[in-house]
Design a protein around this ligand. Structure first.
Ligand SMILES: Nc1ncnc2c1ncn2[C@@H]1O[C@H](COP(=O)(O)OP(=O)(O)OP(=O)(O)O)[C@@H](O)[C@H]1O
Length: 194
């Protein structure tokens, strides 16, 4: 089991956001997390990633973790190829191949500021997939991509999951994306104050 999550409660000040969430994600499984805006999906993912430790409960993670955030988190002072290589350790040839898989062939020398938002998102995906993680966390990674590109990126994500078999947690608003990628779905509802 790559990922074991047991959250008794997460509050922001007096406001409870998550309560009594227990689940596990094994190799090759994809758990889609759905629910209305503001319900706590990103908060859950940040807790699972270890970025937020201020909660009551326990997370067990086995192996390497990669996360794709809603907003691309790239190093603006490094070109696209370096952004990909510095965190993954792949060589230049593998890096170019990873860029090509997300439709960024030949763009390795460009800086994030010279890429469109959609291209930056694709670079973030390429970087996560090149890391060959055991745990893959995706926070609405396809938002603001056009429909054809979403389809390409979903197909790429499917093949990465088939090849590498990470435990994947995939936050999305799009039921169709969840239906296509997920082996299980978790729908969050709002937590009433105790
Ligand atoms: N750092 C913070 N401090 C206080 N409240 C926060 C903080 N981060 C998130 N919240 C609150 O926690 C709740 C859950 O936020 P979160 O971003 O996890 O929701 P979400 O389901 O991911 O929303 P969306 O689908 O719009 O991205 C929201 O009410 C939000 O205002």
């Amino acid at each position: 089991m790559n990922l074991q999550v047991a959250i008794r409660e997460k509050r922001f000040g007096a406001v409870p956001v998550l309560r009594d969430l227990v689940f596990q994600v094994a190799h090759g499984e994809v758990l889609a997390v759905l629910g209305p805006s503001g319900v706590g999906k990103s908060t859950l993912l940040r807790i699972v990633a270890g970025l937020d430790t201020g909660f009551d409960g326990q997370i067990r993670r086995a192996g390497r973790l990669a996360m794709v955030f809603q907003e691309p988190t790239l190093m603006p002072w490094r070109n696209a190829l370096d952004n990909l290589r510095l965190t993954t350790g792949v060589d230049a040839c593998e890096g170019e191949a990873a860029l090509a898989r997300v439709g960024l062939a030949g763009k390795g020398a460009l800086y994030p500021g010279q890429l469109s938002l959609g291209q930056q998102r694709r670079l973030s995906l390429a970087r996560a997939y090149a890391a060959k993680p055991d745990i893959l966390l995706l926070d609405e990674p396809f938002v603001s991509l056009d429909a054809a590109l979403v389809d390409d990126m979903l197909a790429l994500t499917e093949s990465v999951i088939t090849e590498q078999r990470p435990a994947t947690v995939f936050v999305t608003h799009a039921q169709a994306e969840a239906d296509r990628l997920a082996t299980r779905q978790l729908v969050l509802g709002s937590v009433a104050a105790a």
